[in-house]
Structures are given as structure tokens and as C-alpha cells.
Design a protein around this ligand. Sequence first.
Ligand SMILES: [Zn+2]
Length: 499
Amino acid sequence: MTLRLTNTLTRKTEIFQSLLPKKVSIYCCGVTVYDHCHLGHARSYIAWDVLRRYLIWLGYEVTFVQNFTDIDDKILDRAAKENCSMSEISERNIKAFHEDMNVLGILPPDRMPRATKCLDGIRALIEELVTCGAAYSIDGDVYFSVTKHANYGKLSGRQLEQQQLNADGRVTDAEKEKKQSLFDFALWKGAKQGEPSFPSPWGEGRPGWHIECSAMVREELGETIDIHLGGADLIFPHHENEIAQSEVATGKDLARYWLHNGMVNVSGQKMSKSLGNFTTIKELLKQGISPMTLRLFVLQAHYRKPIDFTDEALKAAAKGWEGLNAALSLGVLHSTELGITKQSSLNEIAIHTTKEIHSLELSQLQKNFVEAMNDDLNTSGALAVLFELARPLRSLANRFKREGTKKINLSKTADLRSRWQLLVQLAHVLGLKSEKSQTFSQIGESFVMEEKIKAAIASRKKAKSTGDYTKADKIRDELKAIGVELIDKPGGKTDWIRI
Ligand SMILES: [Zn+2]
């Protein structure tokens, strides 16, 4: 039984072999810190958290590095809009990022470099590329010459001729004029008036987006790493360009395995700000969705496939989680009855329980779990094992609730204890842990509530458009009376918060 992963680079599912025995180096492209994290980030970072947890469970020593892009046009735009500095925007969103990841139970990366703090490594890498003739400077900008990388396009499978001009959406007309080839991309951008800038051999300026990851990988993990992670939207041009820069500079492969997660759709449509179906993690949790429900929802799909975020799917995940949570909570609530002495340290059970299995059934279930996870992280198969383990525990939890603990003959306590411990341990691999949760009906209510609020906002908008401000105000007051405050945003959109 060996772990197999689908490598975007080779387009094959391959047996995973680490460069060094029992050690794995992982780099994951992080967020550009101009706003709060959304569902797409939740999906991506939950998936990679599970990969990391599983490798640790298999006995690997994992080093996980994830960056923060804290120099970017979007951050500058936001800073200009809010009349504050780029670093104020970055700091605020980095704090929010940590809050979100913590709530979702995502293990913090071992190191989180930031572009503004890695400028020496970035400048050194650009200099090497200029020296070897793979990059050229012009009027304070430095560009990478894509024709200098013989295998450019090997990750995305795109040939230069097929590529779209301006594909990364971050290239201005002025930049296009300076470039030797239209496909060349900026490694360093000369300073513009009023923008923060940093010194360099090519003048004041700031690094391009792609170069920061290449520099950080080398600085934090070395020239060749085991696994490089990111969303499928990063394959081109970001990861293609990372490969070109790094491999021209070092002459070595940047990463042995490239893994990409699928995107998130909302009710069948691509999630985007312009479509108005853009949900941040904070908004979602505010609506009463529990973090573990969200995790379960994400893990029901394979990480490479797109997932469709609908109210129905989320309700189904909430129901599934309710059952699993009842089983996971059993040992916490009834530790004495189950003969669990170390229940104070749930994490200890999850991590250190010996893999000694008492029954054939449990042994088979653990085997099924491992087989599913080894199959390119088939988390839905792994969840099926968790549900199977949970079933008798859940019935017992229900009986405890109905009949009280005294009446129940616990002749099979040892079996149930092993079962519960195995469940906790395997759930921990998927990052799932017992939660003092709302019940399904409460979550159901929050959905109904949300639908009602949405409908009320729509009627208020209609009333306003016909000049019926009395009715519009009445709707606002009615909502306020039930603890919902409306916030009118520029452009006619109305948001709401609980007060
Ligand atoms: Zn990156």
C-alpha cells in the first residue's frame, strides 16, 4: 500500500516517493492579502491540510511553507481607497487569514514568508537570471525572456503560440511595449509615483508576482522540493513562470510533484465578485455554518474536481456532520462508561494511539481508510469509513440520551472504546474533531432565516426603486427588530449583519 498522487506535470497518478527518506518538503502558494479569505481558499487549504496530516500520520517529517503576497496592485488599490498604507491592509488581512484558518482547524504552516521580507532573495535570483541572459532590464523594469526556457509550457501543456496575450491580467500596455516578446513577464517593476518601492540594481521598484515564489522556495526549502501546491487557476501563468525562473537559474527541477485543487462553483456558477455570489469564510460562519460542516462538505469531493456550493449540499453535509459529531463526542461525554482514562487529551489519542486494533472489523476498516487515502487522497472514500465506524457509537450516544447511562449493559466496552479511539484518530487525519455544534435543525433554521432575509432585502430594493420609501424603511425596521441590520453598499448592493 503506497500513496499515489496525481501529478499535473506528468498528467499521471504516480507513486509518491520523497527525495529524502521519510522527509517531505511542501510549498503552497498563499493568498494575496488585500481582502478576507473566501470559499475557494477554504477549499484549497482544507485539501492541502489533509494531505499534510496524512503524510504526518504515515510517519513523514513534513516541512510546509506557504507565502503571503504582500506587494500587489490589488493591495495598493485597496490602500488608496481606504487612505491607508499597504502594510496596514496587509497586516489586517494576515490577521484575518490566521483567524479563519484556525477556526477551520488548518494546521499552521511551519513558515510563512512574506514578499516584503524576502527582497534579498528575490533580487539575488533576478540578478542571476539577468547574468545568465534569461532576463533583461529596460527602463527600470526587468523581464524574463520565456524563449530562454526550452521547456516553457511543460506544466500547462500550452505552446507559446497558443497563449493568450496578457494572460495573467497584470500586464499594462506600457509594459507590453518594452518587452522583447509579448509573452515575457515582469520580474521587477520600476517604481511608479506615489507607490511604495524598494531599492534594486535596476532602480527603485517592486518585485513581480511570480518571482517571489521561486525565491521563497529556494530560500526556505532548497532548489528541488517534493510537492508544490496550488489552485488549478495558478497552473498558468503563475506556476509555469515559477518553473521557468527557477529551473533556468538552478538547472534543476523545481518540484517533483505538482498538485492542483479544483475550483468552487456556487449553484452551478463560477464564484466571482462580479456575479455577487462571492462568500467569505467569515460570512459563511456568521450564517451559522459550523467549521467542521464546511470541512466535511469540502472533503466529500475529490480535491482535483470542482465543487458546487449549494444550500442543499451544505445541508446534507450538516446532517452528515451531526451524526459523525455525535459519535466523536461520545467518548468525551461518556468517558467513564467507555473506560477512557485519558480523555482529557483528545489530541493525544488522535496522534499517539498505537495502531493496535482489537477486532478484525476495525482492522479492515482502517485498511479501507488507508487504501482510500492512498488512492490520490480519496477523501470521500475515507469519510465513508468514518461513517461506518461512527454508526454503532452514534446509536449508543442516542441510547445514552434516551435511557440514561445506568440502564445500559456495557459488556462490549472495550470494543466500543477501540472503535471510538480509531474513529478519533482517523477523523484527526482529516482534520475533523468533535464540536459543540448546533443541531441540524438549528442549521436548517439558519438557512430558512437567511432565505427570508434575502427576500426581505429584495422587496426593500423593489420598494425603493418605485419610490415607496415608507415600505422600504418598514422592512429595515422589521429586520432590525429580529436582530438583523442592513448595510447599504455603493452600487445598490445591501449586506447584512447580526446585531
Ligand atoms: Zn506561487
